[in-house]
Design a protein around this ligand. Structure first.
Ligand SMILES: [Fe+2]
Length: 198
C-alpha cells in the first residue's frame, strides 16, 4: 500500500439515506439480478461475508479472463476483497494491478448521500486496463447500484412500507444479508448510547 498513489477520484450525489447505501454495499444478494457483469468477473460460489466487531469483510476469487466487466489480462491481483468499517468507510481491492480504493458514504440529508470513491494505483496515471475498470465502476456498477438504492428510498417513503426482511445463510455466502443485520445492530447500539446520554 505504501507504493500506491492517488490516481483518480469519482464523486456521486445519491437521492437516498446513507444507511440504504451501506445496506446495498453489505450484501451480494442483489448481484446476480442487478450486476450481470460483476458476477461474470467474480466467482460467486466462493463469495464469503464475515462480520467482526465494527467491520465486515467480503472476499471472493475473481478476475476471470472471460468476463464482461473489464479486461483483467496480466492481473497480479485475482481476488475481490472488500471491507466495510463502521459507520461509513469502505475499503476495496479489485482484480487487476496492485490497487486499493477508499469509498466514503457521507450523509448529506435525510434522503441525500454523497459518495467519494478514491482509486490508489501503482502509478498516478491509470493504465489501459485500469481505465477500463474505472469506467466499469463509474458507468455500469455505480449506475446499477445508485438506481437500486434510490428506488429503495422511494419504496420506504410509501405508507405501504413497515420493515424489510433479512435473508440469512448460516454458511456466510454473498447471498446472505447477515452483514446488513450486523450494521443495523450497530446503528441501534449507537442510537441507544445517545439516548442513554440524553
Ligand atoms: Fe451492488
Amino acid at each position: 500500500m505504501a507504493k500506491l498513489t492517488l490516481a483518480r477520484r469519482l464523486t456521486y450525489d445519491i437521492a437516498s439515506n446513507w444507511k440504504n447505501v451501506v445496506d446495498n454495499f453489505l450484501e451480494c444478494y442483489h448481484c446476480h439480478v442487478a450486476h450481470k457483469d460483476f458476477v461474470s468477473l467474480v466467482d460467486m460460489s466462493t463469495y464469503q461475508v464475515t462480520t467482526y466487531g465494527i467491520h465486515s469483510s467480503h472476499m471472493a476469487q475473481a478476475g476471470r479472463t472471460e468476463n464482461s466487466a473489464y479486461d483483467v489480462s496480466g492481473a497480479t491481483v485475482t481476488e475481490h476483497a472488500v471491507w466495510w468499517l463502521w459507520p461509513n468507510t469502505c475499503l476495496l481491492r479489485y482484480p487487476g494491478r496492485g490497487n486499493f480504493m477508499v469509498l466514503q458514504i457521507i450523509p448529506a440529508g435525510p434522503e441525500r448521500t454523497r459518495e467519494i470513491w478514491d482509486f490508489y494505483l501503482e502509478t498516478a496515471e491509470p493504465d489501459e486496463a485500469e481505465l477500463d475498470s474505472i469506467r466499469y465502476i463509474d458507468e455500469i456498477l455505480q449506475v446499477e447500484d445508485i438506481a437500486l438504492v434510490e428506488s429503495v428510498q422511494r419504496g420506504m417513503r410509501t405508507p405501504a412500507f413497515t420493515q424489510g426482511k433479512i435473508v440469512y445463510d448460516p454458511g456466510g455466502s454473498g447471498l446472505s444479508e447477515h452483514a446488513v443485520h450486523h450494521f443495523h445492530g450497530l446503528v441501534l447500539e449507537a442510537y441507544r448510547r445517545e439516548l442513554g446520554r440524553a
